[in-house]
Design a protein around this ligand. Structure first.
Ligand code: PSV
Ligand code: MN
Length: 388
């Protein structure tokens, strides 16, 4: 097999999950700008996610957020997904948008509120079972704004208790991913601010608890690939929330701000073979398209992840190992840079044609008329969104 055939066959294995919330209206705390044709229901978000899969061929699942995607019949939601060629991916409980959660959810000093939050996590385990999902993806806005506001250690204990109860309720086919975020909405302490805290809880829980790395959740300058490498070594990298950021948790299209960082992350993934079908690392997007059209933005993002991965697959690993063993710093660095600077777009075009797809997913989507169709069909009724 020639190098490009090898790269293509590896690339075919990389699947990327898109988030239902990317298809709803979103914004900043200053303004949500409504877009025409935006999905009104969880069912329509799934139809939009199916478009991304149709044109890229590698986005076969959609993550849901509960209650944003709450429906009466989750079996029907799953069937709808299957009927448009995709499946329901990670279930994301939402315990951050009710007045009760002002001082936290599972870390709240009030046991009644902790009970309510944990019950929601348990409900999401059930929803996972009903929809055939294999991932419960947890993120907590919990934390404090002022020193002394609450007992840091007690909050960790409360968190551990809720996670334990939830973990024990999961079927053996389900994994729990625990996402960290260094600040926002809490400004003094977040209860899960970093990968160390997440990993400590995962180690306590068991093998099916793993860390989720949201690329926008680090202090500027953090070496994310180093975190990825360490979690991979220990089998505790559960997955990603890909997005890119210039300043904080900007939730912009992955690869838009710093394609070289995305390449360095995917280089660690490829080095460990974690892009392959047998890997359990979940490659998910977590983005909000406040200005740009949503479906093509998700298509673009999937393509960006594929491009970074293709470049990582082009790294000459044999030559790199030799240069590293010889402590040939310049040569080793050049090998990475050479791969990063390769234009992989023709190769990806070929791969798509091999898969029976259009070489140009964005052009094909635009020509399909789906964008115009949803503007016409969804003119009446309220668009989905989380009203930020
Ligand atoms: C929090 O900022 C976060 O990254 C979590 O993953 C949430 O589920 C998601 O964003 C909501 O947009
Ligand atoms: Mn996230």
């Amino acid at each position: 097999m020639g190098i490009s055939e090898e790269v293509k066959s590896e690339l075919r294995q990389l699947m990327i999950e898109t988030p239902s919330w990317a298809y709803g209206n979103s914004g900043t705390r200053f303004k949500v700008f409504a877009q025409k044709g935006v999905a009104r229901t969880a069912f329509e978000k799934i139809e939009d996610a199916a478009q991304v899969n149709q044109f890229t061929g590698v986005a076969p699942s959609v993550a849901v957020h509960i209650p944003w995607d709450k429906v009466d019949d989750y079996g029907a939601l799953q069937e709808h997904a299957l009927s448009v060629g995709i499946s329901i991916g990670a279930i994301n409980p939402n315990v951050f948008q009710e007045d009760d959660y002002r001082f936290g959810s599972v870390c709240n000093p009030d046991p009644a509120i902790r009970r309510k939050a944990t019950d929601h996590l348990l409900e999401c385990v059930e929803i996972g079972v009903l929809t055939g999902s294999k991932i419960l993806s947890l993120w907590f806005a919990d934390g404090t704004n002022y020193p002394g506001q609450d007992d840091i250690q007690a909050r960790q204990e409360r968190l551990g208790e809720a996670l334990r109860e939830t973990y024990d309720a999961m079927p053996s086919s389900m994994r729990m991913l625990l996402e960290y975020k260094f600040f926002e909405p809490s400004f003094y302490t977040m209860d899960v601010p970093d990968w160390g805290t997440s990993l400590l809880h995962c180690l306590d829980l068991g093998e099916r608890a793993q860390v989720l790395v949201d690329t926008g959740h680090h202090a500027p300058g953090t070496n994310i690939e180093f975190i990825v490498a360490n979690l991979l070594r220990k089998g505790r990298l559960g997955g990603f929330h890909f997005n890119s950021r210039f300043y904080a948790d900007d939730d912009l299209m992955v690869g838009a701000a710093d394609p070289y960082q995305l390449f360095r992350i995917m280089n660690e993934i490829v080095a460990a073979g974690a892009h392959r079908t047998e890997s359990s690392v979940a490659f998910m997007l977590d983005q909000c398209h406040n200005l740009e059209a949503k479906i093509p933005a998700e298509i673009r993002s999937v393509m960006n992840v594929q491009e970074a991965t293709a470049k990582a697959l082009l790294v000459d690993r044999g030559a790199l190992s030799k240069a590293q063993a010889d402590a040939n710093v310049l040569e080793a660095n050049e090998i990475l840079i050479d791969a990063f600077n390769t234009d992989v777009r023709p190769l990806l075009g070929e791969l798509r044609q091999d898969m029976g797809l259009d070489a140009d997913p964005l052009g094909a989507y635009r020509r399909s008329g789906y964008g115009e169709k949803i503007v016409a069909e969804r003119a009446v009724g309220a668009a989905a969104g989380w009203g930020a």
